[in-house]
Write a protein that binds this ligand. Structure first.
Ligand code: ASP
Length: 338
């Protein structure tokens, strides 16, 4: 009997050792080589949107994801991936960035964008652009060619004059959908109804991307038309490095939502610091900012850490979002509980 018991025990030990080895192998094999996440804005997204519009959103998110995948799969940099993805989303009129940007209170479009390279902590940002078709690419030029980080308004346009970036008339950014949205907001403001800048029911639509490349470098980029009916010269969180956009050796983060709230809490940087200082996961750090620093309805974040882990969380009803990694794990979602 004793002999039988010891034979069974030895077999169990051998099996569990080989399990451990398999597990180790799995761990080695499962190292994420690259990862990308993107968003097209967070906020109150009605479940009743027509199926055709829903499909347009899903296909827009998928298309942008493919752009990022093509860069990273072929060994491109995280920086190239986030720039190309955000450019694609800027050109898509569904989203509030580039074409399709919201209207200011004066009936114009003023665009903000930022990009950051986590491997060098270099960054480029712009606010109040009025004629640059793809603000994210100008932000990259600021990052790479200027000795400054952040240009605003006339200075930002002047900086653009010294580059070859594509220029457009301000009404290029105009779309009927955003125009109607602005008209409704103006009407609400006139009637003292609360759909203005501090309204939690506001629909957002900023775009952003974060990525980790095959070398393990991280990058983040965000681009926006800001908030509907925003006042002259209002600057949101997006171009404020550390608020709406941040990347270092720990994580790359892009935010969307109520800019004033995101800025107050220096949100993107707080997520990365919380991870570093507390040795915490991206998931927990993001959830800390969303639940302990921000109020319900304020914001959504996408992030990737140095191991390629992705997190996309929000305290709004939804966030247009998508992600993909080198294992082929793909997520494309709109609502919080999807
Ligand atoms: N965060 C942006 C801003 O306040 C708006 C958005 O995310 O849609 O400018």
């Amino acid at each position: 009997m004793k002999l039988l018991q010891s034979i069974i025990l030895s077999i169990a030990v051998i099996i569990s050792a080989s399990d451990r080895n398999d597990h180790k192998k799995e761990l080695i094999m499962s190292q994420t080589e690259w990862a990308i996440a993107l968003h097209g804005g967070a906020g109150t997204i009605s479940r009743d949107i027509p199926d055709t519009l829903k499909e347009q959103y899903y296909s827009g998110l998928n298309e942008a994801l493919e752009v990022g995948e093509a860069v990273l799969r072929d060994g491109g940099t995280a920086l190239d991936a986030v720039e190309q993805v955000v450019r694609n989303l800027e050109d898509n009129p569904l989203f509030n960035a580039g074409k399709g940007s919201v209207f200011t209170s004066e009936g114009k479009h003023e665009l903000d964008a930022a990009i950051m390279d986590g491997s060098t902590l270099t960054a480029g940002a712009l606010t109040g652009l009025t004629t640059v078709k793809n603000p994210v690419s100008l932000a990259r030029i600021v990052m790479e060619e200027s000795r400054h980080i952040f240009f605003s308004g006339e200075g930002a346009e002047e900086f653009a004059n010294q580059t070859n970036v594509e220029r457009v008339e301000n009404d290029y950014f105009h779309t009927e959908r955003r125009y109607q949205q602005w008209q409704r907001t103006q009407e609400d403001t006139r009637l003292n109804r609360s759909s203005d800048i501090d309204d939690k029911n506001h629909k957002y639509g900023t775009v952003g991307a974060v990525a980790m490349d095959r070398k393990g470098n991280l990058a983040a980029a965000t681009s926006t038309g800001g908030m509907t009916n925003k006042q002259f010269g209002r600057v949101g969180d997006v171009p404020i490095i550390g608020s709406g956009t941040f990347a270092n050796h720990v994580a790359a983060i892009s935010a969307t939502g109520w800019g004033e709230q995101i800025m107050r809490n220096v949100s993107a940087n707080t997520i990365a610091n919380y991870m570093e200082f507390n040795n915490e996961s991206l998931e927990n750090a993001m959830s800390f900012v969303l639940t302990e620093r921000l109020d319900p309805g304020d914001a959504g974040f996408i992030g990737v850490d140095a191991a390629g882990n992705i997190s996309m969380q929000m305290n709004t009803a939804g966030m247009y979002r998508a992600s993909l990694n080198s294992h082929g794990h793909r997520v494309v979602r709109i609502w919080v509980d999807e």
